[in-house]
Design a protein. Structure first.
Length: 277
């Protein structure tokens, strides 16, 4: 297999704190530095959340603008993907950064259970977020926590509601949502291949499932995500020293399965994105 594999680094998220792992980047300068290290390790997409000074999640467009500027300066050509996730804000606040025109943004097209709460994505909000992405030419990365999310994303794309090429990420290992189960993973991959053969797909594993799902995705010809948002450890006893260390593990798996790590330019071509500014 010789198809390039896109590696996405999920640098911060909304949940991990420095108490869990001091390497979690919180300030904009920390995020830019951590992203640059991961970029040099092979990441071509930066999946970005922003935080307040007290480490709580934020949806402040000003913070997103500063992060975008820093990543563009220090990581030439890297794909910038903003999160519109529900922990960072409420309602349309979640899409307040889309006018900044990142290359991509995450989009959850349905609701599901999380460990201690319902992750709410009502149809009217999903429609508004997808419309904003259309307006500002932002390609969505569908974050699928359930089979219904995969099928709904395929329908939305066929109806012209999603900008650009369909790109679906299977998020596996969140308690009360999609498990990190190989049989389930294989079914999801086959569903995409059968029902949306022109789509691209990737997979992310949460916690100890990260490296396992990385390997499944790379071996199956897809793309994958790693980073401190999803997992703060290298193993049960060892904290990950950086986002770059987690990306390097994925890059090593690419070598194992004889897949080149996609450059930013290759990743943009695979995903049908506009050239870097």
């Amino acid at each position: 297999m010789s198809d390039p594999c896109i590696l996405c680094v999920a640098i911060t998220g909304s949940v991990p704190t420095k108490a869990a792992n001091p390497a979690v980047p919180v300030t904009i300068s920390e995020q830019v530095e951590s992203t640059h290290e991961a970029f040099e390790a092979g990441a071509s997409i930066c999946h970005a959340h922003v935080r307040n000074a007290d480490e709580t999640p934020s949806s402040d467009p000003g913070k997103f603008a500063a992060l975008k500027e820093g990543v563009e300066k220090h990581c030439p050509g890297m794909i910038i993907q903003f999160s519109t996730g529900g922990r960072s804000g409420a309602g349309r606040e979640r899409g307040g950064m889309l006018p900044l025109r990142p290359d991509m943004a995450s989009l959850s097209v349905g609701s599901n259970n999380f460990p201690s709460r319902v992750y709410e994505n009502p149809p009217d909000l999903v429609a508004w977020l997808s419309s904003e992405m259309q307006t500002h030419e932002v390609v969505p990365e569908i974050e699928a926590f359930d089979l219904s999310h995969v099928l709904h994303a395929i329908r939305m794309h066929k109806q012209g509601m999603l900008f650009g090429r369909l790109y679906v990420q299977f998020v596996m290992g969140v308690k009360n949502a999609m498990p990190a189960d190989r049989e389930v993973f294989d079914f999801y991959v086959q569903t995409i291949r059968n029902r949306a053969p022109d789509a691209a797909w990737c997979a992310a594993g949460i916690g100890p499932a990260q490296i396992e799902v990385n390997e499944w995705a790379i071996a199956a010809g897809g793309h994958t995500r790693a980073g401190l948002e999803d997992n703060v450890r290298l193993d049960r006893d060892t904290l990950a020293p950086s986002n770059a260390a987690l990306i390097k593990r994925a890059a090593d798996l690419c070598e194992k399965y004889e897949r080149p790590v996609a450059t930013p330019a290759q990743a943009r071509a695979i995903l049908g994105l506009r050239p870097a500014a």
